[in-house]
Write a protein that binds this ligand. Sequence first.
Ligand SMILES: Cc1cc2nc3c(=O)[nH]c(=O)nc-3n(C[C@H](O)[C@H](O)[C@H](O)COP(=O)(O)OP(=O)(O)OC[C@H]3O[C@@H](n4cnc5c(N)ncnc54)[C@H](O)[C@@H]3O)c2cc1C
Length: 553
Amino acid sequence: MSARSDIPSDVHAVFNQSPPFENVDLFGTDRALQEAVAANGAAGAAAELGAFGRRWGEASMFERARQANEHLPRLSTFDPKGRRLDTVEFHPAYHAFMADSVGAGLHASTWRLDGAVAAAPAEVERAARFYMVAQVENGHMCPITMTSAAVAALAAAPGLRAALMPKIVSRGYDPRFRPWPEKSGMTLGMGMTEKQGGTDVRANTTRAMRDGEAYRITGHKWFMSAPMSDAFLVLAQAAGGLTCFLIPRFRPDGSVNALHFQRLKDKLGNRSNASAEVEFDDAYAQRVGGEGEGIRTILAMVQRTRLDCAIASAGMMRAAVARALHHTRHRAVFGKPLAGQPMMRAVLADMALEAEAALALVMRLCRAFDLAKSSPAEAARARLLTPAVKYLVCKAAPALAYEAMECLGGNGYVEEDALARLYREAPVNAIWEGSGNVMCLDVLRAFARDRDAARAVLDELARETRGLPGATETLDTITATLTGDAAEAHARMAVERLARLAAAAALNAGGPAIVAEPFARSRLAQSHGATYGTAALGAAETTMLLSRALPEM
Ligand SMILES: Cc1cc2nc3c(=O)[nH]c(=O)nc-3n(C[C@H](O)[C@H](O)[C@H](O)COP(=O)(O)OP(=O)(O)OC[C@H]3O[C@@H](n4cnc5c(N)ncnc54)[C@H](O)[C@@H]3O)c2cc1C
């Protein structure tokens, strides 16, 4: 008997494997992104975003991301003679990402030199870039986010902010370990979490003693990421209560400030970024805001880091869907491409729908940030929806990353494939900057503090989702739950629905109703199954969602 003619004689022939997912135009291949950018006032930036997307989708960027996450940051606590160093060494790939992201203004483009917010659509434009970067490398985005968000807290110290802003808005990344006034640009970090509590920062034990115009800080922080930042916003107990401070790496006299790094965390993901345990030993600090106003001051920063968590998670979802689609289009099983098989198509379309909704949701929220200064309605929208959006999108990303990985079968599970790293990265955005339950409590707080404003946001969502399946019932459930006796116990259910309703509204306003309708039907009117592929999507809807999600490549 002769061998089958379709079996290659070369045992090393590689066939039925997808080509590498690289040299991808991250903007041009993402129709939902183009539409969301246009719908939220940034159509004029399309050409620049296109160039950005082509650059970040280059094979060299994906390779650099692999390097930055394989060659981990290394802590140097002491020099060979026992003198303290407290420095962290990063792989050049990490620095290259920092230089690119700072160069593109991701760390400061939403601010003006005077510390005021930049004009719309600065948030939407930045978010589009941030979302594309999140599809490539996530670790370095931590200091990028913190630097950008810290400016909001610095509003409480106008003099200090005026001194820092020229260095913050600079597009020159300067990684040298030097006092910030000597550098061409600077980045900022944040230290709130202590061993005994991260959510409950009122339990902070770090102490601040006044020393003339400045303060001396003594205590510890259990997580302080990006420890090579030039300065950190830190909470500490002063005589007047919990207070926000700026702790620079160097004292004004040029000597190294007393920040002693104990060790770096060995993390599940986010490995290119260093997260340190740190002790302050009489560290020099400047006050930001009044004594006792620490929580209020730092919350201005945290609202923005939460927004970034949601944008980055939406970006990760996009990366996962695109990679799953790409692979299944090139991989045949039982003689037919996977992406042509009915059950796989149902899984892929359901994931594409979830990812597109996440994107529409975060971009509409960025529009609210863009308009908040001039519109109380948009400010109220940003206040109520930021925690809800962070809750839903950051929680959706890990499950979606897992399902995308399974679409690649065994190939998805090995470390050489970017999906494995994405999967390990995905949970962190839900955990830091306020974990899931804390986000729900924050929605309750917003509702309780200004019920009229919150109701106005719900009324607006009602108008924007009129006619969509399940919208009215969802709204009724949200209102009844958030105002009911057991609001806290049922908050997750209400907040998830709130975010889904807002996603339906964003899809309805920005994209073709053909996407909003199946989203509302499968997520508002019906309860979605525990896994992807369980939404009852029609064949035409499935085809439409898959062709929107990624052109054939
Ligand atoms: C990789 C990484 C980097 C980090 N970097 C920084 C950093 O740079 N700076 C910094 O300050 N922190 C940082 N953190 C810390 C992070 O912000 C905290 O871990 C987070 O805020 C949660 O605090 P916690 O770990 O103390 O958990 P806890 O506060 O103990 O909370 C545990 C769980 O309980 C839930 N919970 C809390 N209160 C309630 C309630 N009332 N009702 C119901 N549930 C509740 C929370 O949602 C959470 O799920 C980092 C964390 C990670 C993982």
